[in-house]
Design a protein around this ligand. Structure first.
Ligand code: MG
Length: 381
């Protein structure tokens, strides 16, 4: 490969040299990674977190996010988010914040792309059903299940089960399980950025999707202080807008406002507390990247509104009830006839127990596949 001289110079930088040039001292650096459970030699031109990102992108669980619902099922239309497009929006927001703060973007991207891998079919409805069904086996949580997927269930490499991701990615995902735990409060800034970006993405996009589906009216959202302030900012910039142009401009403003707020607040905190290393991040005992007090309060109000009006909407509750009934029936069906499980899962029964194995299999299904298998195997007509 022949590159122009300047490009050769830049391309010739080692990963450590690049990171020393580009990253802040409080960012995670590849050279400081605690490695992988199954040691592997360094890659010739990809850093460890870049490899993690690539492994996640090439996993089956990641591809299946495209046919898993975020809040609304595919039957309702094709405008609204799927679990995969939500994941990309989180990655996009998180990378923007991460780059502005000179954090490790590859690590951020790996964490963002993995953050919802553990969602079963039908989102939180599916999660709650599996949690009940596994009540005697420790329950089911999508955040814990994501770890199970990347550590055990994905089968891609001959030498080890799972994806053998870097310790920092696994730790970051583990911090999501209990967000008030010490490990969450000591999380790397890259982990904190993804957590904050998830909230930016779903608060904004769930409202957008609900509007588009006709579950909410624009006027109702504009009565909320968060939307009202965003609309005032839009008016200052563009004059009076209405209808879809207003909605779109407010959504852009909301994302921009929240991202700017995260970056400004984090910059002030990092300077005020003189955070100059990963050890200082871990040792400070509280989150350094979160929305400001004002925005947190406004977002909380929006979330309360979305909970009442969208997540508890009769149409959404109907889907929730149907999905849970179907998963419960399938769970009982596979328990009664474990021979219906694919051989890869049947082989795990001895080690993981039948109930957990059935849940692992069900959790891996897309919404579409779950419905298809339900009809094929269990629907009594
Ligand atoms: Mg998410």
């Amino acid at each position: 490969m022949t590159l122009p001289a300047d490009a050769t110079k830049r391309a010739g930088l080692t990963i450590d040299q690049r990171e020393r040039l580009l990253l802040a001292p409080y960012a995670m650096h590849s050279g400081d990674s605690r490695g992988r459970k199954h040691p592997e030699p360094a890659h010739a031109y990809r850093g460890p977190f870049q490899r993690d990102r690539d492994r996640i992108v090439h996993s089956a669980a990641y591809r299946r996010l495209s046919a898993k619902m975020q809040v609304f099922t595919g039957e309702l239309g094709d405008y609204h988010r799927t679990r995969l497009t939500h994941t990309h929006e989180v990655a996009s927001v998180a990378r923007t914040v991460g780059r502005a703060l000179a954090l490790h973007e590859d690590l951020i991207e790996a964490l963002a792309l993995a953050h919802d891998l553990g969602h079963p079919p039908f989102g939180h409805a599916g999660e709650d059903a599996l949690d009940e069904l596994l009540a005697d086996e420790g329950g089911f949580s999508h955040n814990r299940h994501a770890l199970r997927i990347v550590e055990e269930l994905e089968q891609r490499y001959p030498e080890f089960p799972g994806l053998n991701l870097s310790v920092e990615v696994l730790e970051g995902q583990a911090a999501r399980i209990d967000k008030r735990s010490t490990s969450a409060l000591q999380a790397l800034l890259e982990v904190q950025v993804v957590e904050a970006a998830d909230s930016v993405a779903y608060d904004t996009h769930d409202a957008d999707d609900a509007l588009e589906l006709g579950l909410l009216k624009l006027g109702e959202l504009l009565e909320l202080p968060l939307w009202a302030e965003a609309a005032r900012r839009v008016e200052r910039q563009y004059g009076k807008l209405s209808g879809k142009p207003l909605k779109r401009a407010v959504l852009h403003e909301l994302i921009d406002w929240q991202i700017g707020d995260l970056i400004d607040r984090a910059g002030r905190q990092l300077a005020a507390e003189a955070i100059d290393s990963v050890e200082a991040v871990r040792g400070c005992g509280h989150l350094l990247i979160e929305a400001s007090g004002e925005l947190t309060e406004l977002k909380r109000e929006l979330e309360r509104f979305l909970y009442e009006r969208v997540y508890r909407h009769p149409q959404v509750l109907q889907v929730r009830g149907d999905a849970q009934a179907m998963l419960r029936e399938m769970f009982a069906g596979y328990l009664a006839r474990p021979e219906l499980l694919p051989s890869g899962f049947a082989g795990r029964i001895e080690q993981a127990g039948l109930r957990r194995t059935v849940a692992d299999y069900l959790a891996g299904m897309t919404d579409r596949y779950a419905e298809q298998e339900y009809r094929r195997l269990f629907l009594r007509v």
